[in-house]
Structure formats: structure tokens, C-alpha cells
Design a protein around this ligand. Sequence first.
Ligand code: ADP
Length: 375
Amino acid sequence: MRNTQIGIIGGGQLGMFLLETAIEFPAHISIFDPDPHCSASFFTNSFTQGEFTNPDQIIAFGESCDVIVYETEKVHLGALKQLEKNGKKILASVQSLEWIHDKGIQKEKLKSLGFPVPDFKLVSKEEIQQYNGPFPIVFKWRKDGYDGKGVHIIRSKTDLEKIKATEGMFEELTPIKHEISVLIARDNQGNVAIYPPIEMVFDQEANLVDYLIAPARISSELEKKLIKLSTELAHKCDFEGMYAIEYFVDTSEKILVNEIAPRPHNSGHHTLSANVTSQYEQLIRLALNLPLGSTETLTPCVMVNLIGEGEPGPTQYKGIEKAFTIPNVQYMFYGKSEVRPNRKMGHALILESDINTALNRIQDIRNSLSIISYE
Ligand code: ADP
């Protein structure tokens, strides 16, 4: 096997972890991102600056690679199709990105294949204000939403009037008991590697994952159902790549698919330390046509996002010395030079065999460390 040239589109924290992993493989790596100071840029001398939505720039970058992987759904679809036509391997498959990148088409596809989803209705921007209830209801943008941006819980006509006119969808408000993520890698021969379900606990105000627990604290019966459903979904949709399937489990224990990400996911950072093979490594293995790795859990883990607070400005890690005295914690900082409120600046993995001990450590971390700007 010769060295493979892997192009990573997107140099945020996901791209950075992909790059760090790929360095240990027989591969050369280049990064494409609009921001020359993105997290991954510090690890490479092969960096291309360009826009995700610019097809010429994406094609020019892709032509210099053997395999292209991406960490964002925003990448120009037509450009990836062209590269695929020119014989480049793209992961996750362009076929899957095509229906996943639009939440409306994604839900329609999942429903048509018989997978359980919350009730929904697609609406044009003109139709949004015609909605007359019942309330509460969820309104979502079909494209370009992330980290809760583009998801609104509408409780009244006044709330409705405040939302931006954009192609979107109304969705029933699910009474959520658990939010679960299942990470699954699949190759083009139909082999899968699936991780134990992960429990995501949301910060309702910031609409961001607050912390997650791996493996999830759910019954083995529910775990089996989630594994079965995810495997069926991956096969039926002919996945090729590394995917995260996000689920709601409602108060009557009914499972609903919320959304799919065709890439490594924020809910899988712990796999770097808590599982035999990380989600990033699975994608690199797929890029190099190597067999998928074991997903076995080495240790239970709680992952906490370290998010920016206060005014935007140059990054300062206040209380970091104290934070490093907390036992059994691994910190991973993303090297972002500017802090913004609710921006993901890093994460902490609390590696403890007892989950309650790990959960208590979250507060210790919060009490010690804050990521804010210089005055
Ligand atoms: P994003 O792409 O920003 O992650 P999601 O569709 O996952 O958007 O929504 C973000 C969060 O909003 C979810 O994790 C959940 O907490 C809440 N949410 C989204 N859809 C619903 C729904 N139908 N019912 C209840 N809560 C929802």
C-alpha cells in the first residue's frame, strides 16, 4: 500500500481530531477551510483556504487528493458529485449527503422507509405565518442549522412572528425522556461497526449538548432496540462512512429518529479515549480501505463541552491550573483564538468507572475553569 492523500474539508475541532488520527496512518493529509486560523491549521503545512460553497475551490482541492472526507454538511454538493465522477472516493457517500443535508428531505426519506420520526410538515417561507396552532410546536430551518441554531420552540403566535422567513418545517414537540446518539460506521461491503448508545443531556437555554454519558444509562432492552434500528437504517440507506444517528426516546419509551449527521460527531469525542477505536479512526480506516476497528468500551466516560462565556474577544482560560488538579480528567482544547458566548472551545473527558463520581466532577470543572475574553 502506498501513502494515500486524504483531503479533509473543514478544519474545526472534528477536522483537527481527524487530522491528528490520520497522521499515524500511511497517509498524507491536507485541510480545506475558510479560516486560515482554524483548529486543524496548526497541525499541517498543507492548508488550502476556500469557501465550502465555492464549487471551483472544492473541486481544485479535491483533485489533488485520492480520498475526500468532510466534517460539515455545508460543503457544495455539486462539487462533490463532480469529484466522485472524476473517480475520487468521498466519505460519507455523496448519495447520503444529498438527502441528509436538507432536514426536510431527510425526514421524508426516513418516513418513506418506515423509520419512526416525529410528525412534521414542510413549509415554504410564505406559509410560516399562516400557521394557526396548536401550540407549542417546533419550527426548524431545513438547511444551515447547527447546535440548536435554526430550531425554535414556538409557544404562541407572537413567538411565530419572530422567526426568520426561511424554508423550514413544523414538527410536533416530542415529550423527551432521553436524547440518544448512536455512532455507526459502515463500509461499501456492508460491514458495520456500531458504538454503545450515548446519552446526551442538553442545556435548554443554549440549546447545546451540555454533557454526555457513554454508555447511556438505559435498559438493555432499549439499547438492543436502538442498535437494531440503527443497523437497519445504515443498511437500508446504504451508508458508507461514519455517521451519527440522533434519537429521541419519548416519555412512553417510544423511539423517534431526530436527525442524522454523515460525519464524526460532537457526541463521539469520548471515543478518542474511552473506546478501542475512535470515531475518527473509523473514518480514516474507511478512507484507506482498511477493516473497521473494535468499538468496545474501555471505560465509561462523561464528556463536557467547554464553552465560551461573556463578551467576544481573545481567548483566556481562567482557572485552568485548578481544573488540572481534578483527577481522571482529560482536557482537549481546540486552539480557537477568539472566544464567543456558547462557542465550543474545548471539551473534557471524565474517565471514571462510577458514573455518579464522573457527574459530580462536572461541577468541579465548571467551578474551576471559565473560558472568557481578556477585559
Ligand atoms: P441541531 O441540528 O441544531 O442539532 P436538532 O434538530 O437536533 O438541531 O435540535 C436541537 C435540539 O432541539 C434537540 O436536541 C432537542 O433538544 C430540541 N428539539 C428538536 N426537535 C424537537 C422536537 N421535535 N421536540 C422536542 N424537542 C426538540
